[in-house]
Design a protein around this ligand. Sequence first.
Ligand SMILES: Cc1cc2nc3c(=O)[nH]c(=O)nc-3n(C[C@H](O)[C@H](O)[C@H](O)COP(=O)(O)O)c2cc1C
Length: 281
Amino acid sequence: MTSHDDQIALLQQRYGSQTKPNNIHWTPQVEAMLSHRSVRTFLSKPLPEGALETMIAAAQSASNSSALNQWSLVAVTDSELKQKISNTVALTVPTDRIPWIEEAPVLLLWVADLSRSEKITKEQGGDPIVLDYLDSFLMASIDTSLAAQNASLAAESMRLGVVFLGVMRNAAEEIAKIVNLPSYSFITFGMAVGHPDPSRFSSIRPRPAQPMVLHHNYYQSNEFTSYLEKYEESLFDFRVKQGMKIKTWQEAVYSAATSMKYMGGREKLRQTVTKKGFKLL
Ligand SMILES: Cc1cc2nc3c(=O)[nH]c(=O)nc-3n(C[C@H](O)[C@H](O)[C@H](O)COP(=O)(O)O)c2cc1C
């Protein structure tokens, strides 16, 4: 556990100049979670022995819907294969390289996986009709996300860094082929994992003040607007400190909601998912 001053500093980084929660129970887990930042710069060292097993044990310890174990993980360590996946994804974004995939010693592909359920059901002579519903796809995707988040916390507790990679879905069909994914399975996202490069370390990215996301008993539809200005201020300070291009959060929200370029190929997702056997009824 770090000192009280460190805890104040963590809240300062997480909320910037906004109103901060003042009643945090600083358990070691809470402190670890509040320290999270995505890491996109890695040393070329491999993961420590046992790190992957530890992450998977943490992932498997997450709650999962009806204990059906409907996720899988493809851990890509072969550097040629990793480069091939990176190149494939790079074709879908405005850059010809995605250095954090290339630098990370391991690329994890988190797979929402109903293929085992399908097989087990069919082997017993059943018709897996439930798997054809959107809820089954969503359930597997939710479970995959919970597992991945647990794995990322485990990684961070071992002083490794991670970044989730939704960009994998830009080339979902191609990557599924490259790694031989069966029907009824789908890469929800990737995750680059490795030793953070201390000379290019990232800062904690501020989040909105709690009242912007927390509603007591009833949802207050327009309350969030009164917290925007302060959030923008905190993000502005973060971006300046990180040497990032200045844009407001609301501009980012706008462009994520209006720009098909932002989708980077994910607009074809329904076709890709249904090609993998899911019917999404
Ligand atoms: C499901 C998911 C997909 C993401 N995809 C990408 C991605 O493709 N590329 C990337 O650089 N960051 C990606 N991120 C990381 C987010 O950009 C990052 O979590 C967010 O900016 C907040 O920053 P922080 O994680 O440092 O707090 C993703 C995060 C999540 C949860």
